[in-house]
Design a protein around this ligand. Structure first.
Ligand code: SAM
Length: 307
């Protein structure tokens, strides 16, 4: 049970200034450190017993959104004091949190769902903790990216987490082009109102036939896990409004048509073409000759040029 002797009457303090000098007494204190605590991505049963212990024992819980986390905390009977910590106040809160820990207090960071820092706030705080020599403790648990990868049915030995793509088509296509020739599995987060547009852009850049898995509302009532090609997924989601709701991870297979032998032949060809042609013309000609997508060759040419 947590006992906090603080002048603040509210359990939620959004301005750290008021609490920085408050004495905090715990019957079962956690060691002074910054605890990065994963919380469920939907199903409350996915919280770990260690996460509950730590959230009960720390002096302060820094939350991305105190109201959202308040529901989770009350669900588990956790009455630890909360502070807001998000991208708009991180500059002010970071030094205060670090100072609290240096004074011997323990602080946990949680986000609205899943693992903090994974497309969520916390990087600045963790960086500052390292710089100040503050102890960091990961309290591991759910993350939508890893949950999706575990059921995607796509190679999981090598993968890249891309996170959210740019919201506008031009920026999105440009970023997708950079990943077109990557051979590892790619993990994307996407907002429901952009899922159709993103799937269409992916099909255009990676090819209609690239395998992919739509992972929607994982661990929740309307969970969907559907593996198909990008072209089929774009049609499936566009035809069913329900698939354009909730939270979505897209796992996309890598460009496995590239063998390393092919790559070295392509590189030789590209280097030769670069001697006489611009990058754009070399990519177009090489694409005609090899059948490999022009965007992928363009990207490779830029890499070769930098070497
Ligand atoms: N930190 C979180 C994590 O560890 O997964 C991610 C936070 S990010 C702001 C939110 C995005 O994660 C959503 O837009 C969606 O892409 C993905 N996501 C979160 N929960 C999900 C779920 N239950 N099912 C599918 N995707 C989810």
């Amino acid at each position: 049970m947590t006992t906090i002797d603080t002048p603040a009457l509210s359990n939620t303090i959004t301005d750290a200034t008021a609490a920085t000098n408050a004495p905090i007494i715990h019957s079962n204190p956690a060691q002074a450190a910054l605890y990065i605590v994963a919380t469920p991505i939907g199903n409350m049963g996915d919280i770990t017993s260690r996460a509950i212990d730590i959230l009960n024992q720390v002096d302060i819980i820094a939350c991305e959104d105190t109201r959202t986390s308040g529901k989770l905390l009350s669900n588990f009977g956790i009455s630890t004091q909360t502070w807001a910590y998000h991208e708009h106040n991180s500059e002010i809160q970071t030094p205060k949190i670090i100072e609290m820990i240096q004074r011997g207090h323990s602080i946990a960071l949680i986000s609205d769902a899943g693992t903090p820092l994974i497309s969520d706030p916390g990087y600045q705080l963790v960086q500052a903790a390292h710089a100040a020599g503050v102890k960091l403790v990961p309290v591991v648990g759910a993350s939508a990216a890893i949950g999706a990868l575990s059921v995607a049915g796509l190679p999981s030995d090598k993968f890249s987490f891309v996170g959210f793509l740019p919201a506008k088509t031009h920026g999105r296509v440009k970023q997708l082009e950079q990943y077109a020739a990557r051979t590892e599995t790619l993990i994307f987060y996407e907002a429901p109102h952009r899922i159709v547009a993103s799937l269409k852009d992916m099909a255009a850049v990676f090819g209609d036939n690239r395998p992919a898995t739509l992972c929607r509302e994982l661990t929740k009532t309307f969970e969907t896990v559907k593996k198909a090609t990008l072209g089929e997924l774009a049609q499936f989601v566009e035809a069913d409004n329900n698939q354009q709701k909730g939270e979505i991870v897209l796992v996309v297979g890598g460009d496995v048509n590239h063998t390393s032998d092919d790559d070295s032949v392509h590189d030789k060809l590209l280097l030769r073409l670069l001697e006489d042609l611009s990058v754009k013309k070399a990519a177009a000609l090489a694409s005609d000759i090899t059948g490999v997508k022009k965007n992928a060759l363009y990207q490779r040419l830029l890499e070769l040029q930098d070497k």
